[in-house]
Structure formats: structure tokens, C-alpha cells
Ligand binder design. Structure first.
Ligand code: ADP
Ligand code: BMX
Length: 288
């Protein structure tokens, strides 16, 4: 890997510079989630400037949301990025930053990054799940991520869970994202009488032993465990890596593993934390 990478999530925007497969510099800022595309683009430009990016340098861009074959970008969960609908992102970024650009979904990127440089090395049926602002994923079979012309492939946050009882911003009812995503966790906390808690604060309350918070976090981890077993039945996954700031928070993976014990052994892949931590999407942005 050589060049520059962007990871635009629902909460944070990160940029990195790579030299000889190593991340040598990284900067980040909060995502202006409700801002129009132009503002997001300015944020990307600002971070790239800080890293010394020059027009036409190699740039890999990982974005939350769906990027279709034509290079158009749309949020699937419209609540996360309300202004991002059918944006001609490939052209816009090429005009601004040069022709040497590739664009990929953030979770697909992270799955590729982990498959080639992290927790997915050595297996041929690998899954990655990010539990972050939303719930995203990537399935990598024999080194190749599953993709589709409409860019929706791998959007596992929009699978329906037996534990689901609410709609998420995709319009779909009972999605895993409506139970386990960071925005959903904040919403569930508000419904439990704790408004103004973000997912990080709910998680902290859970670690401090507050039962209302532990109920939310535990149900989320159970939904992820059931989802992992479902995905394993389709793709024969040998190993699943967990990423995202919630996924990597203290004890969360252990909760998933405990719930997964309720499934037959055949549906229990090995569960590991993302080896690249929060940097998996940055690595993967340059793999594409
Ligand atoms: P993004 O979605 O932009 O890729 P993250 O992976 O950081 O970003 O996920 C953001 C979500 O994770 C937010 O909902 C935030 O509240 C939550 N979060 C951030 N830090 C922590 C933490 N230490 N423990 C639990 N949740 C966290
Ligand atoms: C959502 C969806 C996915 C994304 C995943 C994780 C949107 C805006 N995003 O399921 O494309 O991969 O979240 O993204 O519809 P993050 O923002 O939590 O990092």
C-alpha cells in the first residue's frame, strides 16, 4: 500500500498516508453528518492537505453508504447521512483530487483490509462486521469481497433480526442496525429515559453496572451473534472479525461469543477483534 486513504463514517472522518504497506500518518475530525456533500468534500480536502496530499496522488476512499456501479453514492440508512442521495461522488472526487482515485464502501474496505493485512489472513471464508454508527459488513471469499452493481452487497446491518421491533432509517423493520448500531443504541437509551446519551456513554454506563444500559448492550450483542450464525449458514464462514468503536469496546466481543454458544457448533465461526483496530477501512480503501 502506498498513497493516501480516507475513511468517512457516520461519526468520524479519518485520513491516512501509507508507505510500503505501513500507515505512517493519520489525522481525523468529526463527520458533519447532516451537512451537504460539498462540506464533506471540504473536510476530506482539509485532512488530505494536512497529510501533504498533492493532486493526482493515489487516493483510496472508503465511505459509509452504498456506491453503485456508476459511482453514485447514497446512504442506505437515511438517518445517518440525510443529504447523501445519489451523489455523483466518483466524478466529484476526481475533479477535485485527481484521476487516481478508487471508492469503496467503508465496511467492504475494512473487510478487505483485515483479509489481506489483519485478522482474516489464512482463511478463505472470512467475514467482517463493524459495530459503529451503523452495523456494516463485508464477506471475503478466496480473497475477493462480495460486491453487487447497486453497491448494496454486504450491507448486513439491514438483515432482519428475531430480536428486532423497530424500523431503522433504511425503512426496513427489525433490522440488526435498529438494535445494535450506535445511533440505535442512543435512541434506545432515550426511550429508556436516558436522553442525551450517545452510544459511548451507554456503553460506559453498562461497564459501570447500570442495568438499563446492560440490557441494551446485551440485546445488541445477541442480535450480532444470531446474525453471525445466519451469515455462517450462507457463506460457510470460518472466521469473523469484529470492528468499529462499539465492536472493539471492552468486553463486547466476549458478549457476542457467549451468545454464539447458543448456536450449534457448525454455526460458530472463530470470532476475533479486527487486528488493524479502527484503521481497517483505511487499509482496505487502498486495497481496492
Ligand atoms: P464511524 O461510525 O464513523 O466509523 P466509530 O467506529 O468510531 O465511527 O463508531 C462510532 C460509534 O461508536 C458512535 O455511536 C460512538 O458513540 C460509539 N463509540 C465511540 N467510542 C466508543 C467506546 N469507547 N465505547 C463504546 N462506544 C463507542
Ligand atoms: C450502515 C450503512 C453502511 C455502512 C455501515 C457502517 C449508511 C450511511 N451506512 O449500515 O453503508 O457500511 O452503516 O458504517 O447507510 P459506519 O458509519 O457505522 O462506519
Amino acid at each position: 500500500l502506498n498513497g493516501f486513504a480516507i475513511d468517512l463514517g457516520g461519526t468520524k472522518l479519518a485520513a491516512a498516508r501509507f508507505e510500503a504497506n505501513k500507515l505512517v500518518d493519520k489525522v481525523q475530525m468529526p463527520t458533519q453528518a447532516s451537512a451537504p456533500f460539498g462540506d464533506l468534500c471540504n473536510g476530506i480536502g482539509e485532512l488530505l492537505n494536512q497529510l501533504g496530499f498533492q493532486q493526482n496522488d493515489r487516493l483510496g476512499v472508503a465511505l459509509t453508504g452504498r456506491i453503485d456501479q456508476a459511482g453514485h453514492w447514497s446512504a442506505v440508512n437515511g438517518g445517518t447521512l440525510p443529504k447523501i442521495k445519489n451523489i455523483d461522488v466518483r466524478n466529484a472526487l476526481r475533479v477535485r483530487f485527481g484521476q487516481n482515485i478508487t471508492i469503496i464502501n467503508d465496511a467492504t474496505a475494512a473487510a478487505c483490509g483485515e483479509a489481506h493485512f489483519g485478522a482474516g489472513q489464512g482463511v478463505s471464508a472470512f467475514g467482517y462486521i463493524t459495530i459503529s454508527t451503523g452495523v456494516g459488513g463485508g464477506i471475503v471469499l478466496n480473497g475477493h469481497p462480495i460486491t453487487s452493481p447497486n453497491g448494496l452487497a454486504g450491507h448486513i446491518g439491514f438483515m432482519r433480526s428475531p430480536l428486532g421491533n423497530a424500523k431503522c432509517g433504511s425503512g426496513r423493520f427489525g433490522t440488526v442496525e435498529s438494535i445494535a448500531g450506535g445511533r440505535a443504541i442512543a435512541q434506545l437509551a432515550a426511550e429508556a429515559g436516558h436522553s442525551d446519551y450517545d452510544a459511548k456513554q451507554v456503553f460506559q454506563a453498562h461497564l459501570e453496572g447500570h442495568i438499563w444500559a446492560s440490557e441494551i448492550i446485551n440485546r445488541a450483542a445477541e442480535a450480532i451473534a444470531i446474525q453471525i450464525a445466519d451469515l455462517t449458514s450462507i457463506f460457510g464462514l470460518e472466521r469473523v472479525a469484529i470492528g468499529g468503536s462499539i465492536g472493539l469496546a471492552d468486553g463486547y466481543i466476549e458478549l457476542i461469543i457467549n451468545h454464539l454458544q447458543n448456536e450449534p457448533a457448525l454455526f460458530q465461526p472463530e470470532i476475533l477483534p479486527a487486528h488493524l483496530g479502527g484503521d481497517s477501512p483505511l487499509f482496505g480503501a487502498l486495497c481496492a
